[in-house]
Design a protein around this ligand. Structure first.
Ligand code: C5P
Length: 243
């Protein structure tokens, strides 16, 4: 079998050249990292769960007309995606205070926010992905006014979609992060949701018990990460019950 060309390797995923121009193969690793990779571990089965869950969320978004990079799942750990130019910003949407906003602004975790809050973080590991303002984004040319409008519109639609499907299975979507890429067609560009949507990049709390079903289980040593992610998958009917 011919060796594939690796295009990029990140903390949790690897990108390989795809079979057609404009496509890539995204491989989900079992590596878990937190606090800018200061804490790391290998959690068997995490990559498989995130591949399936990201497929589930992104194919649902595609179906309701929110464009994503997802084309199809290839196997347990890989999916075929559209190649994009990733905008160097992490877009975070928050419905309930938790994590960094609780720390930064002194808001108790679990406090519902008056409306969804959208934040942008500059993707730079060396700087620890700092929070940035729209003015900084425009001044440093990371995105245009139109891009910002489009990114906010995408983030709001993803939030509505994800909140709804989680609510239906008794899970509160506290917050999440998405990455957005530029796809070019001649002179035209459109922005599409890229990277992954999985319990690695969301906060998911059981609505009855408050149990955390996301990467905070790893960040805060709250138990088995695969049990938490499997529970999300089980409720969504994404995978059969673990043996
Ligand atoms: O840490 P913070 O509260 O800012 O995270 C907000 C949301 O964004 C959480 O769901 C977290 O999992 C996600 N996030 C992420 N990747 C990062 C930073 C945050 O997926 N680099």
């Amino acid at each position: 079998m011919a060796r594939r060309t690796k295009v990029y390797e990140g903390k949790a995923k690897v990108l390989y050249e795809g079979p057609e121009p404009g496509t890539l193969v995204q491989y989900f690793k079992d590596d878990a990292t937190a606090f800018n990779a200061e804490k790391r571990d290998v959690i068997e089965g995490k990559g498989v769960l995130n591949n399936m869950l990201s497929e589930y969320f992104m194919s649902g978004l595609n179906q309701i007309g929110v464009p994503t990079h997802f084309i199809k799942r290839i196997n347990m750990r890989e999916q075929l995606i559209r190649a994009v130019d990733i905008i160097p910003l992490e877009v975070v949407v928050r419905n309930v205070a938790a994590g960094s906003i609780s720390k930064r602004l002194g808001i108790e975790e679990g406090t519902p926010l008056p409306r969804p809050i959208i934040e942008f973080y500059f993707k730079d590991d060396a700087l620890g992905d700092p929070l940035v303002t729209e003015d900084q984004i425009l001044a440093f040319n990371w995105a245009s006014h139109q891009d910002l409008d489009d990114m906010v519109a995408l983030a709001v639609r993803v939030n509505d979609f994800m909140s709804g499907i989680m609510l239906a299975v008794g899970i509160k979507l506290v917050d999440f992060k998405i990455e957005i890429g530029r796809q070019f067609d001649g002179d035209m560009q459109r922005l599409i949701v890229a990277d992954e949507i999985s319990p690695d990049s969301c906060r998911l709390w059981d609505m009855k018990t408050g149990q955390k079903l996301d990467k905070d289980v790893f960040r805060r040593d709250l138990g088995s990460l695969t049990d938490a992610y499997s529970e999300v998958a089980r409720r969504l009917g994404v995978m059969p019950k673990s043996p």
